[in-house]
Design a protein around this ligand. Structure first.
Ligand code: FES
Length: 141
């Protein structure tokens, strides 16, 4: 069995901010290519500050715990600050994750970035800062 910190167990057993925001300003849905789990993250933004965040996860315990932590961490943060929240920061805030579970925390980071990008698209700003960096220099014939 994986060794989870006490904090992970707390968030898993009693996750914060579970649910949907029906009139969300941004929604991010991401799938984890490693395990196939899916996370959906909703944010409500006012004056560039995230005033509410909720999530739904079809995933493992670590995914539930990191989602819960991410929604706690982004609350009352500016978009700029939220952008700096990495999966490592989330894992650290949880007292660490077993190495085999680090990929689960990536889901939370990406769902957050996807939700922020969705918000930017809605208000007509360039969302490219939020998109995971891809190699766009493929050669086509
Ligand atoms: Fe899928 Fe953790 S095993 S998110």
């Amino acid at each position: 069995m994986e060794q989870y910190s006490e904090k992970v167990m707390q968030h898993f057993n009693n996750p914060h901010n579970v649910g949907e925001i029906p009139d969300a300003d941004g929604v991010g849905t991401v799938g984890n290519p490693i395990c196939g789990d899916v996370m959906k993250l909703y944010i409500k933004v006012k004056n560039d500050i995230i005033i509410e965040a909720k999530f739904k996860t079809f995933g493992c315990g670590a995914a539930v715990a990191t989602s819960s932590m991410v929604t706690d961490l982004v609350k009352d943060k500016t978009i700029e600050e939220a952008l700096k929240i990495s999966n490592k920061a989330v894992a650290e805030a949880l007292g660490g994750l077993p190495p085999v579970k680090m990929h689960c925390s990536v889901l939370a980071e990406q769902a957050l970035r996807a939700a922020l990008a969705d918000y930017y698209k809605k208000i007509g700003r360039d969302p490219s800062a939020f998109e995971p960096k891809k190699d766009s220099h493929e050669h086509h014939h």
